[in-house]
Write a new protein. Structure first.
Lengths: 709, 718
């Protein structure tokens, strides 16, 4: 976009992904510059500094000069996720209630199917548990027992704790997780164990206690969350310390914060204490960036879609709130901290198309970036979605990634011919169009499940499309879904980094409770004690607020978001019900119950409610959001565009024919709509606009695709 | 390799392969949405954690188009539910738009009475064009006992309410009269009410989505896709079968205790594979029982279907097409094809379960004959089920009932190239889960003393069977609870091994009578049970009802998975690792694997000596023998036995005999239960037989056999 105006405060977002480290820098006037450098897996900070240096060069200043102007620096990182997947965390010892040490190994039997799509579930011979984070020898069981009311039934055997701590140390434990049954109802034993560990090992040892990390009912998920936190904590701590000090040495003065998976940023210190919250922080950045943009644009409901090389990640913002899930699967473990809910299916540019038994299947297998699609010339032999895009003319082999990579169109077509077209008796183009239609429809199916399947009408949503392959396919899945507007953000090429820039400071606190109304046809709200609810929420609010204010946010800049988990009694799945008003009297509780029943029926259909069973409140949750200042996007220049467009042959899968599609530079567009089929080229992305659709830029440079009515 | 019809060139349908795939994916997505809705609305952990339910879409005559990956037993049964409703209700009361029917009669398609189906016809422009349906296990449907487990029953009418297709939803609305009748029959009306509402909601969602699909692609196209999809699965399975050798593959297992007496029943299957046909012949199976362990034809079909899917069709789409390939031959009035009015309320966890065991055995023997499919051959996974129902008064005085399905945490069968899963879930449940201890304790007045993996419960083998978990509970915040355990496999090691792998553990059920003091702090694991100062009563498979009073403990553990291959062929390092991880004890390593460990480290020379000793104990003069060169045209019968024109041989080169008498050439010996593991127990009519290579002493297979019965010939090629 525009050259950056010199001077002024700067706001930076950096996202270290698997392949590239993306940087977004915004100045006080709202002008954005993005760039990327290869990720440096062995020393991630090197890639971050390299990408920053590219932008400083572009601004004609030194890195130190630029960093001195940075007011806030937000960082999204896959460091935690990678450390988990590659098992590079700290050797962790787990202390748990005697008789229940296998909980983390058996994983409620869910470990060997976690993340497995339904279509692969029948392959029993391929099932396996994840490589254990804490093998048996690193699990210590200690005599103690607390019941569901928090009553101590068996005192903690402190000598046994000492013995086990020493044994675990002998086994090489570097960090400790402590997770006892019902600890969130009575934390005394966990706290005492922490003291003993510190006495035995030293005061600076990394210890995670389950009642602190995740005070939620369900010992497996709470233990997994706590173990992950301890396993990742020291690694994350070292990395963030190193990165922050490198940045400080290079001249950064402003706030340094880290993007988490629950909806905002936190200080490096908090991130180190709650390392588990960084899992999936990368994809969360895209959702949060979209959410921030949506707020500016007045979009209350959005579907965020990130289509990369291997997966299609979808998030939802409904009624101005990102949808969160209580339990998230990470590397075959289930963690129960609330996280921005991201649904991923195996559909990306690298998804493999193959003919099996006379049928054309696309995904979930992927060629990834290596060996990648056939057209990448990296040794990939199987046809992928990207190869189809090349054959259809959607991707221009010459200008892919701004010409940084010359693609092999002939190779792609040849592979499609032999692997797909001939076995099915199709032409190459028909086969390529088929691949695109199937993958677009699968993505639309996923979006439909997440919207229609949860009681939302997709026509009320705007689709935000980003990621390497997303803008090429959004026209297809968007039209299939019947959505009115598709938006490709101006920052689409570094959207997660933009999310790290834009996110507010976020802390949450939650607690499991069990408040029940009696079964029957009476008004259930009369059975709840408003005082208990109010006090519980208030205590959580104090905790969350303190954490945010500790990061230097003024009290009047803190928003509080309260909710409770509710369900009909006898159910096992809860709904999160907003509880923003103070619950001071019976009427407020009755409104809360009504809200629950309304959400329930919206979600599961009219008449599905069953209040005769009684209602149960199972958890209280409060989040505190510290609003941080950041500029709005600068309006784009109206006269910047170059109206002359070239054209090339593109096959439109809906019309089933070749078109002379306009090829336009992103920066050449204006608010005036251009009808599809059209291809919008940008140095780091390609956007396809289908026939029957039109495209224009909005006032701040986002690309807007709408149906021609 | 494929002779499958190309959808594009198929004359019956004008559907291009792309549209086909798009619509097919959409049908799967609809089924998934149906399952999500059911799970979300349903109350019971039986549905949400144990996933004891299924959903699906069907053609107008009931043929299965799609099914969920939940409990596989149901998927085969719902097709019959639809067919029976079409047959019985078309004329009276009629099948109209907006109707739904409820059915739980096992003689009309249900597996047992607790499995309640609600199915809905889908109409398009006035014509009935498809069905959608759900089935979910209900915690109680009335009858003699809580949970509707009809222990002691002699007639199906005593066991639970019986509904043979009743119109519960009419013109889109639930009929209150029927609703009240159904809920009036159950002891848990709130839980059942939630589940029924969940099924109605899930059916509504699926019908709506199907109609949207018809609107978009036209009815003809969607129906063509449905038919084609079924046809493809059929053809792909037939293609696969043609590659495997023709022959007879057998399976044999037993079930003890019929609810009245501890009688032993045989279940036998002979799978005859000819070309692309599979015949399952149950001749030789015992006559039907006077008690509730029987299953009807529906239950037998369910057991067969559940076994076929992951062994023969792991990569195919699961629909009616697979059923078209198989034929079932079963005499009337046998325990797996009971005649009305035999009681059947424990069918799913009894005879249907064992049908799956024997079909898995037979099909794994079939799969092992080809290197293409050997990887899918599996020893039996957790060959028994043990339902534990607890009820009483909850802390607040309201009724409390729980159907504890933690027993799904048994062990998985081993495969040729890897061990079974430690805590595997059931073979009929592709995505299992057990409930958190804290959720159990929050739901009612019980306290867990341990829930942990038990060493030496996985069947020893070159690949070890998965170990099982065990648990113990005691009442807490209440003076008394009532329990009932219905299971089998306490005296029958159902989790048999394959090709020399040994049996996984048997179930154990015990009641420790309180001694006036709390058991908390005294019992932390299964090893503490032996030191209990009070009276201990070991339960058999079906102890019936018992009180669980203050300070009493109920301890129970499950079957581990069967092993694969001779345990003496397991690498000593892997045995040592198992000991370190608590899956095998030092004694187990010594006794079953011949591995001698000193402080956890392998004593190599002692191990070699021990293994030689064990081989010599098996077969006098046997010693470790290198493999002979196998002729190129040899056909493997098992991974250790091959057949050529001149007869059947072992890998070590021992001649066993002619193709129809080769078992006689093995060395056979009978061993005690203890020799195969501390948790193996045998019914008084059973013995353990080992079949050994005369030269190498390698264990070719181990069999649980009725005393005096002739040897089973596991495989005979044609």
């Amino acid at each position: 976009m525009n050259d950056p105006t010199a001077g002024d405060d700067l706001y930076v977002g950096v996202d270290t992904g698997g392949t590239f480290t993306d940087v977004v820098v915004m100045d006080g006037a709202g002008t954005v510059v993005t760039n990327k450098a290869p990720t440096t897996p062995d020393a991630l900070e090197a890639g971050v500094l390299a990408a920053l240096t590219l932008i400083a060069d572009h601004r004609h200043e030194t890195l130190a000069e630029m960093l001195a102007k940075v007011r806030s620096f937000g960082h999204g990182t896959t460091q935690a996720t990678n450390a988990l997947i590659e098992r590079r965390g700290s050797t962790t010892g787990l202390l748990t209630t005697q008789g229940f040490g296998d909980t983390i190994l058996v994983q409620r039997l869910m470990g060997f199917t976690a993340g497995m799509p339904n279509e692969l579930l029948g392959r029993f011979s391929e099932r396996s548990y994840p490589d254990p984070l804490v093998p048996r020898r690193l699990i210590g069981e200690v005599p103690e027992r607390v019941d569901q009311a928090g009553t101590v039934l068996l005192n903690l055997d402190e000598e046994a704790v000492r013995t086990e701590v020493r044994r675990l140390g002998g086994e090489g434990a570097e960090a400790y997780a402590v997770s006892l049954l019902w600890s969130f109802r009575n934390p005394d034993h966990e706290e005492r164990i922490a003291e003993i560990i510190r006495e035995e090992v030293g005061s600076d040892v990394y210890v995670s206690l389950s009642h602190e990390v995740n005070p939620i009912l369900g010992e497996y998920e709470r233990t997994a969350t706590t173990v992950l936190n301890a396993y990742l904590g020291p690694t994350v701590e070292r990395y963030l310390e190193r990165l922050e000090s490198e940045l400080r040495n290079a001249g950064l003065i402003g706030r340094f914060s880290v993007l988490n998976s629950i909806g905002g940023v936190m200080s490096a210190r908090d991130a180190a204490e709650r390392a588990v919250l960084l899992l999936a922080s990368g994809p969360t950045g895209g959702v949060l960036g979209s959410h921030f943009l949506a707020k500016e644009l007045g979009h209350e409901n959005i579907i965020t879609t990130d289509m990369g090389g291997t997966s299609f990640d979808v998030g939802l913002v409904v009624g101005d709130r990102p949808v969160v899930s209580q339990v998230t699967e990470v590397a075959q473990y289930q963690v129960s901290v609330p996280m921005v809910d991201i649904t991923a299916i195996g559909a990306g540019g690298g998804s493999i198309a193959e003919v099996i038994g006379g049928e054309l299947r696309v995904g979930p297998k992927s060629a990834g970036a290596f060996p990648g699609p056939v057209c990448y010339r990296r040794g990939g032999r199987q046809v992928t979605v990207t190869d189809a895009d090349v054959a259809l003319g959607v991707i221009d082999p010459e200008v892919f990634l701004g010409g940084r990579m010359n693609l092999d169109r002939i190779g792609a077509e040849e592979a499609i011919r032999t692997q797909i077209a001939e076995p099915l008796g199709l032409t190459i183009v028909e086969a390529a169009a088929g691949i695109k239609r199937i993958v677009d429809a699968r993505m639309a199916d996923t979006l439909r499940e997440l919207t229609v399947g949860h009681g939302h009408d997709p026509r009320d949503f705007v689709i935000y499309a980003y990621g390497g392959a997303g803008p090429m396919h959004c026209a297809g899945f968007g039209a299939d879904l019947g959505v009115g507007t598709i938006l490709v953000p101006a920052t689409s090429m570094a959207h997660s980094a933009y999310g790290a820039l834009a996110a507010d400071i976020y802390h949450s606190a939650e607690r499991s409770v069990s408040y029940k109304s009696n079964p029957g046809t009476h008004d259930p709200s009369s059975d709840f004690d408003p005082v208990k609810l109010l006090e519980g929420l208030h205590e959580l609010e104090v905790t969350a607020r303190e954490q945010v204010e500790r990061e230097g946010v003024e009290p009047d800049q803190v928003d509080i978001d309260r909710s409770v988990d509710m369900r009909y009694r006898m159910q096992t799945h809860e709904l999160i019900v907003p509880a923003d008003e103070d619950l001071i009297d019976a009427e407020a509780v009755s409104r809360l119950v009504a809200r629950f029943e309304a959400i329930y029926e919206d979600t599961y259909g009219r008449g599905a409610g069953f209040r005769e069973a009684g209602i149960e409140i199972t958890a209280l949750r409060v989040s505190a959001i510290g609003r941080t200042p950041k500029p709005s996007f600068a309006p784009i220049s109206r006269h910047h565009g170059d109206p002359t467009a070239s054209s090339r042959q593109v096959y439109d899968v809906n019309e089933e024919s070749w078109f002379d599609a306009s090829v336009l530079d992103w920066d050449g567009l204006s608010s005036e709509s251009v009808p599809g089929p059209a291809v919008i080229e940008h140095p780091t992305t390609t956007v396809y606009v289908a026939s029957g659709q039109q495209v224009a830029l909005d006032s701040i440079g986002n690309l807007i695709i709408t149906p021609i009515v | 390799m494929s002779t499958t019809t190309n959808p594009r060139t198929d004359t019956s349908a004008a559907v291009d392969p792309i549209t086909f795939e798009v619509i097919r994916n959409r049908l799967s997505a609809i089924t998934e949405e149906q399952a999500i809705t059911l799970k979300a609305v349903s109350g019971s952990p039986v549905v949400t954690d144990a996933t004891d339910f299924n959903v699906g879409t069907y053609l107008s005559d009931g043929e299965i188009v799609t099914m969920g990956p939940q409990v596989l037993f149901h998927s085969g049964s719902m097709a019959n539910v639809v067919r029976n409703i079409v047959a019985d209700c078309s004329d009276n009361p009629g099948i109209n738009e907006g109707d739904m029917f409820i059915l739980n009669n096992p003689y009309k398609g249900a597996l047992h009475q607790q499995d309640v189906s609600i199915v809905a016809p889908v109409f398009y422009h006035g014509d009935r064009v498809a069905w959608v349906g759900c089935c979910a296990h209900q915690i109680d449907m009335g009858g003699l006992n809580f949970g509707s487990w009809g222990i002691g029953a002699t007639l199906v009418q005593q066991e639970a309410v019986l509904m043979s297709g009743v119109r519960i939803v009419e013109s889109g609305g639930i009929r209150d009269d029927i609703w009240n009748m159904v809920l009036g029959m159950t002891r848990m009306p709130l839980a059942v009410g939630l589940d029924l509402k969940a099924m109605v909601a899930a059916n509504n969602v699926a019908s709506m989505r199907l109609i949207e699909l018809f609107d978009r692609y036209s009815l003809d196209v969607v129906q063509n896709v449905m038919h084609l999809d079924i046809k493809h699965s059929e053809e792909q399975l037939r293609d696969q079968l043609r590659l495997l050798p023709d022959g007879v593959y057998r399976g044999l297992d037993y079930i003890e205790h019929d609810g009245h007496t501890n009688k032993l029943y045989d279940l036998r299957v002979e799978v005859r594979k000819t070309g692309d046909r599979l015949v399952f012949d149950f001749t030789g199976t015992s006559e039907q029982a006077p008690g509730f362990i029987n299953c009807t034809w529906a239950g037998m079909l369910a057991g067969v279907f559940a076994a076929i899917l992951p062994t023969l069709a792991p990569t195919l789409r699961w629909n009616e097409g697979l059923l078209r390939v198989i034929e079932i031959e079963a005499p009337e009035s046998i325990v797996c094809n009971a005649s009305f009015p035999a009681p059947v309320s424990a069918a799913t966890i009894s005879t249907t379960w064992v049908v799956t065991n024997i079909v898995v055995q037979a099909l794994s023997r079939l799969a092992a004959t080809s290197s293409d499919t050997l990887a899918d051959a599996t020893a039996v996974t957790k060959g028994s089920m043990s339902a534990f129902v607890i009820n009483g008064a909850n802390r607040d005085g309201s009724p409390y009932g729980n159907f504890l399905l933690d027993s799904t945490a048994g062990g998985g069968g081993a495969y040729n190239d890897h061990d079974g899963l430690n805590g595997s879930g059931d073979f009929c449940v592709p995505r299992p889960a057990i409930t958190n201890v804290e959720s159990h304790e929050a739901a009612g007045p019980i306290l867990f003393l341990y829930r942990s993996i038990i060493a030496d419960t996985g069947g020893p083998g070159r690949q070890r069977g998965g170990a099982t978990m065990g648990l113990a509970i005691t009442p807490h915040d209440t003076d008394s609870l009532h329990g009932m355990i219905v299971g089998h496999g306490v005296e029958v090691p159902n989790s048999v091994g394959l090709f020399g792998g040994l049996e996984g553990s048997c179930n154990r059920n015990a009641k420790l009578h309180g001694d006036g003091k709390s058991p908390v702090g005294r019992i932390f694991g299964i090893e503490d049970l032996d030191h209990w100062p009070g009276r201990t009563v070991s339960f058999g498979a079906k102890p019936g009802f018992f009180d669980i009073g203050h300070g009493d403990v109920i301890a129970y553990s499950f079957q581990g998975g069967g092993g694969f291959g001779d345990p003496l062929d397991r690498e000593p390092q892997r045995v040592a690792a198992d000991v370190g991880n608590g899956y095998v004890s030092t004694d187990g390593a010594h006794n079953n694997y011949g591995v001698v460990l000193i402080d956890g480290s392998i004593d190599a020379s002692a191990t070699e000596a021990r293994r030689n000793q064990l081989r010599a104990d098996r077969v006098v003069g046997a010693e470790h023998t290198d493999d002979v060169t196998v002729p190129r045209d040899a056909q493997w019968l098992t991974p250790d036995v091959f057949q050529t024109d001149s007869g059947v041989y072992t890998r070590a080169g021992a001649y066993l005999g002619a193709p129809n008498s080769w078992v006689e050439g093995t060395i056979r010996r009978v061993v005690s239960a203890q020799e195969h593991g501390p948790y193996i127990a045998l019914h008084e009519n059973l013995e353990l037989r080992e079949y050994l290579c005369p030269l190498s002493g390698r264990l070719l297979w181990s069999a649980v056999s009725r005393i005096g019965a002739p040897d089973l010939i596991p495989v005979e090629l044609r």
